[in-house]
Design a protein around this ligand. Structure first.
Ligand code: 13P
Length: 251
C-alpha cells in the first residue's frame, strides 16, 4: 500500500498575524508544485488559524491547531473545543505534543481523550509520541512509545484509527539540531506500526501515516523520508521559512 506523504509545519508559539498570513501564502506558492503528491499542513497559533485559513483560500494547504480540549464546551478557561476549530476551517489538530506533555502535564489518557474527541468533531488528529534522552539511554524507547500510542488511540474504531496520523518525535531531537538517524527513526516507526497491526490488523496498520519530527531540515529530510515506514514529517523550526519548508516538502 502506498501511503500519501504528509508534511506539516508546527509553528509553535511563533508569528503574529501579519507574519502568519505572509508565511502561509508563501508556503502555498512554494509548495504548489508538489500538491498532487503530498499533503501539506500549516499549524499556526490558535488565534491565527482563521486569518491563515482565509489567506490560503482554496489552495492545497490545510490548516491545523496545536492543541484542543476534549470537551465540547463549558467552564474550561483558556481552552478551545473541536467545533471552535472546525468552525473556522481547521482540519487537523496536534494531540499530545511533547511540549504539552512536559510543560503542561498532559497525560497519555488526556491525550487519548483529545484524539477521540478530534474524530468526533471531524478533525484529523496528529498524535505525538516520543521518548526523552534519559528513557532512550535506559533502553525504554519501545516501551514508552508503545504505551503512549496505545493510550492515545484507546477506544478508536478501525475507521478512525486508519485516519489518525501518528508523529514520532523523540524529545531529544526536538529543537536541538540533533536528529534521529533514519535507522533509529525507522526502527521506532516499524515498532509503532507493529502495535497498530496487533490492535487493528494489517490493513489498518498499513493505512496509518506515521510522521517523523525532530530537527527535520532540508539536508536530512530526503534520507529520513526514504525509510519505508516514515510517511511524512512534523517540522518545527524549519517550517518558519517558506523556502526551507518547501524544500522539505520537495524531498
Ligand atoms: P523542530 O523541528 O524545531 O525540532 O521541532 C519539531 C517539533 O516539535 C514539531 O512538532
Amino acid at each position: 500500500m502506498t501511503r500519501r506523504r504528509i508534511i506539516a509545519g508546527n509553528w509553535k508559539m511563533n508569528t503574529d498575524r501579519d507574519e502568519a498570513v505572509a508565511l502561509a501564502k508563501a508556503v502555498a506558492d512554494a509548495t504548489a508544485a508538489f500538491a498532487a503528491d503530498v499533503d501539506v499542513v500549516v499549524i499556526p497559533p490558535a488565534t491565527l488559524i482563521a486569518p491563515v485559513v482565509d489567506a490560503l483560500g482554496d489552495s492545497h494547504v490545510a490548516v491545523g491547531a496545536q492543541n484542543m480540549h476534549p470537551e465540547v464546551r463549558g467552564a474550561y478557561t483558556g481552552e478551545l473545543a473541536g467545533p471552535m476549530l472546525t468552525s473556522v476551517g481547521c482540519g487537523y489538530v496536534v494531540c499530545g505534543h511533547s511540549e504539552r506533555r512536559q510543560l503542561f502535564g498532559e497525560t497519555s489518557e488526556f491525550v487519548g481523550a483529545k484524539v477521540a474527541a478530534a474524530h468526533r468533531f471531524g478533525l484529523i488528529p496528529i498524535l505525538c509520541v516520543g521518548e526523552t534522552l534519559e528513557e532512550r539511554e535506559a533502553g525504554q524507547t519501545e516501551a514508552i512509545v508503545a504505551d503512549q500510542l496505545k493510550r492515545g488511540i484507546d477506544g478508536l474504531s478501525k475507521e478512525q484509527l486508519a485516519e489518525t496520523i501518528v508523529a514520532y518525535e523523540p524529545v531529544w531531537a526536538i529543537g536541538t539540531g540533533r536528529t534521529a538517524t533514519p535507522e533509529q527513526a525507522q526502527a521506532v516507526h516499524a515498532h509503532l506500526r507493529g502495535i497498530l497491526k496487533q490492535r487493528a490488523g494489517a490493513e489498518v496498520a498499513e493505512a496509518v501515516r506515521i510522521q517523523y519530527g525532530g530537527s527535520v531540515n532540508p539536508s536530512n529530510a530526503a534520507e529520513l523520508l526514504g525509510a519505508p515506514d516514515i510517511d511524512g514529517a512534523l517540522v518545527g523550526g524549519a517550517s518558519l521559512k517558506a523556502e526551507t519548508f518547501a524544500s522539505i516538502v520537495g524531498a
